[in-house]
Design a protein around this ligand. Structure first.
Ligand SMILES: [Zn+2]
Length: 129
C-alpha cells in the first residue's frame, strides 16, 4: 500500500520536474485558482458563523464580543488572502517580454552577421552565398 503511494509520489515528482516554464505557470495558476475557490467556501462558512452571531444578537441572546471580532477578523483575513492571490494570478497572466528583434542581415558560418547584400563576410572574409 505505502509502496504503491511511494511509487506514485515519485512519478508525480518526476512529472513536476520535467514541466517547462510555461506549464509551470499554468500549474501555478491552477493552484492559485483552487486556493481562491477554497477561500470562497471558507468565506461562505465564516459569513454563516457571523450570521448566526448576528441572529443571536438580534433575538436578544448574549454574544461574546471577542467571538464577533474574531469572526470579522477571519473574514478580513480571507479577503486579504484572496486579493493577494488575484494579484499573483494577474502577474502570471502578464505576457512574457518579447526577445530583442534580431538585426536583418546575412549570417556567415563564422557567426558574423553581415549587411544585407554583402558579398563577402566582414568577419572572416569568406564569400557569402
Ligand atoms: Zn564569416
Amino acid at each position: 500500500m505505502s509502496d504503491f503511494l511511494d511509487k506514485m509520489l515519485v512519478s508525480i515528482n518526476k512529472g513536476v520536474n520535467t514541466v517547462s516554464e510555461g506549464s509551470k505557470n499554468i500549474l501555478e495558476k491552477a493552484k492559485l485558482n483552487t486556493r481562491l475557490k477554497e477561500l470562497d467556501s471558507e468565506k461562505a462558512q465564516l459569513f454563516q458563523n457571523l450570521g448566526v452571531l448576528a441572529y443571536k444578537l438580534q433575538s436578544g441572546g448574549q454574544i461574546n464580543v471577542e467571538e464577533f471580532d474574531l469572526a470579522c477578523g477571519n473574514i478580513a483575513a480571507a479577503e486579504a488572502e484572496a486579493a493577494r492571490i488575484e494579484e499573483d494570478i494577474k502577474k502570471l497572466e502578464r505576457p512574457e517580454p518579447q526577445p530583442e528583434p534580431q538585426p536583418d542581415g546575412v549570417a556567415c558560418s563564422c557567426g558574423y552577421v553581415n549587411k544585407v547584400g554583402s558579398k563577402f563576410c566582414a568577419g572572416c572574409g569568406r564569400k557569402l552565398i
